[in-house]
Design a protein around this ligand. Structure first.
Ligand SMILES: NC(=O)c1ccc[n+]([C@@H]2O[C@H](COP(=O)([O-])OP(=O)(O)OC[C@H]3O[C@@H](n4cnc5c(N)ncnc54)[C@H](O)[C@@H]3O)[C@@H](O)[C@H]2O)c1
Length: 253
């Protein structure tokens, strides 16, 4: 029970990495706040956790809207009285270089992947400080560390998350706030399967994604969740401003 009685807000907890993290955190004793724009997916995660008689609430939220984030934080404070852990996980993916990426696509990716993480930090960290401290984990990507071809908006948003992580680490260490990020490699989630489905030959595109990394396979959401758990727990008390790559060796090359 590495997170016993901790209150953990997880964005994008209705699917993929966020869902695996919510389920793992609840097994480790956390009270989980599922934040997702999709009522259906958020409810599914809530049902999975409650079936195991573990503690969670679902607060449907569009994290591109700061008023909805403020209401979500108010709901968490009313229900649990504190926030110990924030996992900024919700994200969108789009392909394109600077010429083919539309202005609206750029703005949408930045709004969800980067601005929303800033907003969640802004409104959760002030509560964490009142409670004596807390931990932020940002879900960046291998694409935040190296530029992956034909996905400029995504790459830039994920690089920005790394800088956000380091900035929070240096600004708030004296107030007992830690901030770290994980950089997953390609992981089997709906985000990836829907991107693959848009390719002319999805099976071949998937093989190509596997072959470019030393581990020669895609990651599983649970494998990323374990890294997030480590950074959320007291096992990583001396880690702040750190980047944990979990990418089958992709960025080691
Ligand atoms: N899957 C991968 O290969 C991979 C690799 C590296 C990094 N990541 C990052 O991990 C994170 C999770 O990815 P995933 O693959 O699990 O994605 P996913 O698409 O399976 O799940 C993302 C969730 O975020 C929610 N969401 C989207 N916009 C939202 C909004 N405005 N407000 C609230 N919720 C919103 C969606 O409803 C969805 O449930 C993302 O930030 C992604 O960029 C994923």
């Amino acid at each position: 029970m590495r997170l016993e009685n901790k209150v953990a807000v997880i964005t994008g907890a209705g699917s993929g990495i966020g869902k695996a993290t919510a389920v793992l955190f609840s097994k480790e004793g956390a009270k989980v706040v599922i934040v997702d724009i999709s009522k259906k997916r958020g409810q599914e995660t809530l049902d999975m956790i409650r079936e195991k008689e573990q503690e969670a609430i679902f607060v449907p939220t569009d994290i591109t809207d700061s008023s909805q984030i403020k209401s979500m934080v108010a709901k968490v404070m009313e229900t649990y009285g504190k926030i110990d852990i924030l996992v900024n996980n919700a994200g969108l993916y789009v392909q394109g270089d600077v010429i083919s990426t539309g202005e609206d696509q750029w703005d949408e990716i930045m709004a969800v992947n980067l601005r929303a993480a800033f907003l969640c930090c802004k409104y959760c960290i002030s509560q964490m400080i009142k409670g004596g401290g807390g931990v932020v984990i940002n879900v960046s990507s291998e694409a935040g560390l190296v530029a992956i071809k034909n996905q400029v908006a995504y790459n830039v948003s994920k690089s920005g998350l790394i800088s956000l992580t380091k900035s929070i680490a240096v600004d708030f260490a004296s107030q007992n706030i830690r901030a770290n990020c994980v950089c997953p490699g390609t992981t089997e989630t709906p985000l990836v399967t829907s991107a693959l489905a848009k390719q002319a030959d999805p099976a071949r595109a998937r093989r190509a994604l596997e072959e470019i990394r030393p581990a020669n396979r895609l990651g599983k959401p649970e494998e990323i969740a374990y890294g997030i758990l480590y950074l959320a727990s007291d096992e990583s008390l001396y880690a702040t401003g750190a980047i944990l790559s979990i990418d089958g060796g992709y960025t080691a090359q």
